[in-house]
Design a protein around this ligand. Structure first.
Ligand SMILES: Cc1cc2nc3c(=O)[nH]c(=O)nc-3n(C[C@H](O)[C@H](O)[C@H](O)COP(=O)(O)OP(=O)(O)OC[C@H]3O[C@@H](n4cnc5c(N)ncnc54)[C@H](O)[C@@H]3O)c2cc1C
Length: 496
């Protein structure tokens, strides 16, 4: 075959790819592996996004890895601190030496005869081929090349600058400028108060509002625990506190939406006062947690609105004009700079084209297994975090499961594992039950979830611990097979 062979190939060196390397080394040692990263630096999201104020919107006790305490004072951290944390993790565990930068994986093809994937990556303008026994895709969930911008009429007429937050120009000076930020999601609510510190004025232009919740950026209890307890114990306690609170609030939103809505809106009113038009600007048409909630640390957005350095306009764009925007209501918004915080382009499995036994896999026709593998696709897992809680909580558990699976295969001499959906009573449901535009636009290309376990995505950390950490590997759904009677040299290496 000629290509280099690895036991495990990880795609992506973001938060989840680096975590995967650490888990693999600890829990399933003695394997050859590498991380192929398309970019020239690690960190993924936390390296790519450079817009003012870039930060997490979940706390770092749950966005951090289970194995590495978050020790900074702020629980809601800025992008550079998160990037430092990921870099530090990679260095501490020697993961940085396993990364091959500038390798963008384009396709992977599975052969049961050889029980391996042949993986093709683009590197320095050429194609590089590798084989691996197990492919672990940690490529995130959106396209790096381009953020999402809807078609806007008259865009070319605008005489100011238009910027998408995914491609923030280093030289952009917005001091004293009139800025319009189009959008109402996490990026918009981050940008608006931060830019309002320097800009002449920032207008957040939203078509429809989002639920916004203010939380302190620091967690006093976590900081106290950290001063008095060993680091891992303090971190573990803070992590569980956050997990339980998140889950409680999510369940409250799903079970008693009217009550949750009232709570959220009364929080906004407490900051904005009785005269502010909360109904127009902060009351979405959907129930809480039908889309992601937006968290604002230390109420920074509300403070900027109260100081009138920022304002919200809830309206639709009719057209861009030379001086700014004309809205459907007829109002005009003048601007020197327009920021299109209009979202991401979702992408499945890092855009890697898959084939099994020479036949292209249409992921939209597959069912996810335990939220990490796909029906009929052998020896491949992906790290896809929670949509209702921190990403890393699920990624850590995914890695634990993958290591248990690999160890099980080694112990029993299996070369291939394939989740098979044979239960005809399982019906298809959408992968994510969010009504957000960015989800709905691309959901058709995503795998499905099934109506029951192990095909159901439960979005519940405690239940996932039971399944992924303690559940049976040989559960009757995962089909295992040994290499054929006369193994090739390659197959011998797979079963170790
Ligand atoms: C602005 C922003 C803020 C966020 N804040 C939060 C938050 O507060 N809490 C939360 O839980 N989540 C948040 N998220 C989601 C966030 O993306 C995840 O939390 C996490 O960073 C994802 O890590 P990842 O490693 O899985 O993916 P990414 O960070 O996207 O990293 C994927 C890596 O894989 C590489 N890659 C992809 N495809 C290929 C390929 N084919 N070949 C080679 N390399 C490839 C990419 O170059 C990248 O380096 C946020 C997302 C954004 C965009």
């Amino acid at each position: 075959m000629g290509s280099e062979h690895l036991d495990v190939l990880i795609v992506g060196a973001g938060l989840s790819g680096i975590g995967a390397g650490v888990h693999l080394q600890k829990r399933s040692p003695g394997r050859t592996y590498a991380i192929l990263e398309g970019r020239e630096r690690l960190g993924g999201t936390w390296d790519l996004f450079r817009y003012p104020g870039i930060r997490s919107d979940s706390d770092m006790y749950t966005l951090g890895y289970a194995f590495k305490p978050w020790e900074e004072v702020k629980a809601i951290a800025d992008g550079p601190s998160i990037l430092r944390y990921v870099n530090e993790t990679a260095r501490e565990h020697g993961i940085d030496r396993r990364i091959r930068y500038g390798h963008r994986v384009r396709r992977a093809s599975w052969s049961s005869g050889d029980a391996c994937w042949t993986v093709v990556a683009e590197h320095a303008g050429a194609e590089v081929e590798l084989t691996c026994s197990f492919l672990f895709v940690c490529g995130g969930y959106y396209k790096y090349a381009e953020g999402y911008t809807p078609e806007f009429a008259g865009k070319e007429d605008f005489q100011g600058r238009i910027v998408h937050p995914q491609h923030w120009p280093e030289d952009l000076d917005y001091a004293g400028k009139r800025v319009v930020v189009i959008g109402s999601g996490a990026t918009a609510v981050t940008l608006v108060p931060e830019m309002a510190k320097k800009a002449a004025h920032v207008t957040m232009l939203q078509r429809s509002p989002t639920y916004v919740v203010a939380r302190p950026s620091e967690d006093d209890l976590a900081n106290k625990l950290r001063r008095h307890l060993p680091a891992m114990l303090a971190y573990g306690l803070s992590r569980w506190k956050r997990v339980l609170l998140q889950q409680y609030f999510f369940n409250l939103c799903r079970r008693k939406p009217a009550h949750a809505k009232k709570l959220i809106l009364s929080g906004v009113r407490a900051y904005m006062g009785p005269d502010y038009d909360v109904a127009t600007h902060f009351t979405p048409r959907y129930n809480p947690w039908e889309q992601r909630l937006c968290l604002v640390p230390d109420a920074d957005l509300f403070i900027a609105l109260r100081r009138k350095t920022a304002s919200i306009v809830t309206d639709e764009i009719e057209t861009f004009t030379a001086k700014g925007l004309r809205l459907k209501s007829g109002a005009e918004l003048e601007a020197d700079l327009i920021v299109t915080a209009t979202g991401l382009n979702l992408e499945v499995l890092g855009g890697v084209g898959l084939a099994v036994e020479g036949k292209a896999v249409d992921l939209a026709t597959t069912f996810n297994y335990k939220g990490l593998m796909y029906s009929g696709v052998p020896n491949l897992a992906s790290s896809f975090g929670y949509t209702n809680a921190s990403w890393t909580l699920k990624c850590d558990l995914t890695c634990e499961y993958v290591c248990r699976l690999l160890n099980h295969m080694r112990k029993h001499g299996y070369a291939q594992c394939t989740p098979r959906l044979t239960d005809a009573s399982v019906t298809a449901e959408p992968w994510i039950d969010f009504s957000s535009g960015y989800v709905q636009r691309t959901l058709g290309r995503f795998p499905k979830q099934g109506s029951k376990a192990p095909w159901k995505l439960r979005q519940n950390y405690a239940l996932d611990i039971l399944t992924l950490r303690f559940g049976r590997i040989d559960d009757g759904v995962m089909e295992f097979s040994r290499p054929p009677a006369k193994p090739s040299e390659l197959q011998k290496s797979l079963v170790g």
